[in-house]
Ligand binder design. Structure first.
Ligand code: FAD
Length: 282
C-alpha cells in the first residue's frame, strides 16, 4: 500500500480517566493525525457511564482539527437524553456516529433492557435525518449472544435497512473469518462496506482476558507464540507487529474497504503498523 492507493484509516480511542491520560491521548491524536484518518472514534461506556467524558474527548478532537466519531448506545437513557446528545454532536460538527447496543454495566443484571443497535439507528435517522454517517458493529466470528451465524448476519442486515452506512468489525486474527463473513453478508444482500477492526498485539494477558469476553478467537498457533513472549514486552510487540502487518496486507489485498485500529490510546503500535503498510521507514 502506498500513500496513493492507501485505504481509508480510522483510529479508536477510549475516554481517559486522569489528566495524564488526557495528555497522553492528545499526543496520540497528534501522532496518528499524520496518517490523515477519516475520523477518530471515541467509545461510550456501558450504560452511558462516559456520556460526558466521551463528549468532552469528541469536543477536544474537533478543537484540535480532527474529525471525531462518538460511539453511542441507549444504555439506561431515554430518548430525550439521547436526542439532546445528538443535537450537541450535530452542533459541534460531528459527521459520524458509531451506533451500538452496548452491554449492561456489571451489577445491573436484568434490571434494565438493552436497546438493539438497529433500533438506535432507526431513532437517529428519525431524529436527525441524514445529518450523520452511521456506523455499526459487525462480528466476523459472530457475536457471543447470537442465535446462529445466519441470524447474526440477518440482524446486521436490519441495521443497514434502518439506515446504517457501513460496519466496523470486532477484531480477529484469521483473515479467512473476515472474508467468509463478507461473502455470507453479500449472499444475504448486504453490499455496504464492512471495515475490519484491527487490534495491535501488545499484551498477552490483556488480550486473552478481553478476547474471552468479546468472543474474538485467538488461533492456537498465535496463542502459543504470544505465550512464549508474554514476559518480554519488546519481543511480543515486534512479533505482534509482524503478524498484524501481514493480516492487514492480506485484508487490503482481498479488498477490505478500510482499516479501523483499536489503538487503546497508544500511538506507537498503531503508528508502526501504518508505517509498515505504507512502506515508510520508522
Ligand atoms: P446488536 O447489533 O444489537 O446485537 C447484539 C446481539 O443481539 C447479537 O447477538 C445480534 O445477533 C442480536 N440482535 C441484534 N439486533 C436484534 C434485535 N433487534 N432483536 C433481537 N436480537 C438482535 N461497547 C461499548 O460498551 N462501548 C463502545 O463504545 C463499543 N464500541 C464498539 C465498537 C465496535 C466497532 C464493536 C465491534 C463493538 C463495540 N462495543 C462497544 C461492543 C458492543 O457494544 C457489544 O459487542 C454488544 O454486546 C453488542 O453491540 P451491537 O451494537 O453489536 O448490538
Amino acid at each position: 500500500m502506498t500513500q496513493k492507493d492507501a485505504v481509508p484509516l480510522s483510529f479508536e480511542f477510549f475516554p481517559p480517566k486522569t489528566d495524564q491520560g488526557h495528555a497522553n491521548l492528545a499526543e496520540t491524536r497528534s501522532q496518528l493525525a499524520a496518517f490523515n484518518p477519516e475520523y477518530f472514534s471515541v467509545t461510550y461506556g456501558a450504560g452511558g457511564s462516559t456520556r460526558d467524558t466521551t463528549r468532552n474527548v469528541v469536543n477536544n478532537l474537533i478543537a484540535a482539527g480532527s474529525r471525531a466519531a462518538p460511539h453511542l448506545s441507549f444504555g439506561g437513557d431515554g430518548e430525550a437524553t439521547i436526542a439532546a446528545l445528538l443535537a450537541d454532536y450535530a452542533a459541534a460538527g460531528v459527521e459520524h456516529i458509531v451506533a451500538l447496543r452496548g452491554d449492561l454495566p456489571s451489577g445491573m443484571g436484568g434490571a434494565s433492557q438493552l436497546v438493539h443497535a438497529n433500533q438506535l439507528v432507526e431513532f437517529i435517522r428519525r431524529e436527525c435525518g441524514d445529518q450523520f454517517n452511521i456506523l455499526v458493529a459487525a462480528y466476523p466470528e459472530i457475536h457471543p449472544e447470537a442465535e446462529s451465524y445466519s441470524r447474526d448476519i440477518y440482524w446486521l442486515g436490519e441495521k443497514f435497512k434502518a439506515g446504517a452506512d457501513a460496519a466496523i468489525t470486532q477484531y480477529f486474527y484469521n483473515a479467512d473469518a473476515y472474508f467468509a463473513f463478507v461473502d455470507a453478508c453479500a449472499k444475504a444482500g448486504i453490499d455496504q462496506p464492512i471495515v475490519p477492526g484491527i487490534m495491535p498485539l501488545t499484551n498477552y494477558q490483556n488480550l486473552l482476558r478481553f478476547s474471552e469476553s468479546c468472543g474474538a478467537d485467538i488461533p492456537r498457533w498465535l496463542r502459543w507464540q504470544l505465550k512464549e513472549r508474554a514476559d518480554n514486552s519488546d519481543d511480543l510487540l515486534e512479533y505482534g507487529l509482524e503478524v498484524v502487518t501481514k493480516l492487514c496486507e492480506q485484508l487490503i489485498a482481498g479488498g477490505a474497504p478500510g482499516l479501523h485500529f483499536y489503538t487503546m490510546n497508544q500511538w506507537r503500535p498503531t503508528s508502526r503498523l501504518c508505517r509498515n503498510l505504507l512502506g515508510a521507514s520508522d
